[in-house]
Design a protein around this ligand. Structure first.
Ligand code: NAP
Length: 334
């Protein structure tokens, strides 16, 4: 759809198009708020559809008893939002100005969009080690993943030796989860001390299916169609060794897509958008809401993202209905 779909003054502009963005769009569209989704472009980190576009099989999204592949799920969500009249622009947002009202957004092509409410749903991306075969096998479903909860139960990981990279709570949680299916889980950590909380570390250490490869980094991922193992490098001695493995789960943190939001809305210390009131998606700027992984550093699931997308749309609707726009317009400087 071309940029000409943009109206002079938009009621609800949704930035980002993962489960949070599309769910917000479905709700806003059904409430006749005529949302515009700026879905991201294929050239940057905020790709249309978000992280699920890289997930081969989603088995924990309710409603799909046989599972659904991530791309299909996202395209269905988009089609559902469009069915109710959602308009879509395939660009990134580079700038949001909340000092004027309606808020002003600028897209990659320089297009200005003026919005009465904005729902931020730009998601987060898992951090990767940055190895060529890691990326290739992650994208092809070849046994490399950054989400144990999403992919760990898939048949090809059963009774295999699985590598978990990282020393934080996520790595411990992933490793513990994977012991349900794996023959053995090897946690590869670059230091000899964990970052994880005591309780999680103790649990992992007490599990007889888990062993630790201390002071090691993964420097190569072996395998053509599927992973067959990894090459480890000792961070102290520099020595290299091979480890046979049928899967690798990278748990070295996530980065929210909030670069363009610095100085716009309050961000938490870890860079995620702050939504200070419990069970609300309102950000530090009235009329600007945040949903999905861009504000959720805890659950990070498709279904929770969809849930907060729904919340954001309902909050935007109520904020507009209760005269939020008028109050804002009166206090805005621009
Ligand atoms: P994290 O705490 O930032 O830990 C990331 C881990 O990855 C660290 O051990 C780090 O090593 C390692 N790492 C980072 N970059 C690396 C690289 N390039 N190569 C190899 N290793 C690398 O991230 P997280 O574990 O995802 O946790 C994020 C937040 O969520 C934390 O606050 C955590 O407590 C919370 N969380 C809580 C729970 C729970 O309570 N159940 C579960 C999951 C997450 P270094 O230690 O050497 O820096």
């Amino acid at each position: 759809m071309s940029d000409s779909v943009i109206r002079e003054r938009e009621t609800v502009v949704i930035v980002g198009s993962g489960p949070a963005g599309w769910t917000a769009a479905v709700y806003a569209a059904r409430a006749e708020l005529h949302p515009l989704v700026i879905e991201g472009s294929f050239s940057r980190t905020m790709i249309p559809g978000g992280q699920l576009m890289f997930t081969t099989e989603v088995e924990n999204y309710p409603g799909f008893k046989d599972g659904v592949d991530g791309q299909t799920l996202m395209l269905e969500m988009k089609a559902q939002a469009e069915r109710f009249g959602t308009r879509v622009v395939t660009e990134d947002v580079l700038e949001v100005d909340v000092h004027q009202y309606p808020f002003r957004l600028v897209t990659t092509s320089g297009q200005e969009v003026f919005a009465e409410t904005v729902i931020l749903a730009t998601g987060a991306n898992a951090n990767w080690i940055g190895l060529p075969n890691e990326e290739r096998l992650a994208q092809s479903g070849g046994g490399v993943s950054a989400c144990a909860v999403c992919d760990g139960a898939l048949p090809h990981f059963r009774e295999k030796v699985l590598v978990v990279v990282g020393g934080g709570d996520t790595a411990m949680e992933d490793a513990l989860y994977l012991t349900k299916f794996a023959k053995e889980v090897v946690i590869v950590h670059r230091r000899d001390e964990l970052r994880a909380s005591r309780i999680m570390a103790d649990r992992a250490m007490a599990n007889e299916k888990i062993r630790f490869a201390w002071n090691k980094t993964v420097v190569e991922v072996h395998g053509d169609d599927v992973i067959t193992g990894v090459r480890l490098k000792d961070t102290v001695t520099g020595e290299e060794s091979d480890l046979d493995a049928g899967g690798m789960f990278v748990a070295i943190g996530h980065s929210p897509n909030t670069e363009f939001l610095k100085g716009v809305v309050d961000l938490k210390e870890n860079g995620y958008v702050a939504t200070p009131v419990a069970w609300r998606t309102q950000t530090s700027v009235p009329g600007v809401f945040a949903a999905g992984d861009v504000m959720d550093d805890y659950y990070r699931q498709a279904v929770t993202a969809a849930g907060t997308g729904c919340m954001a749309a309902l909050e935007a609707e109520r904020w507009l209905a209760h005269g939020g726009a008028e109050v804002h317009a009166a206090s805005a400087t621009g």
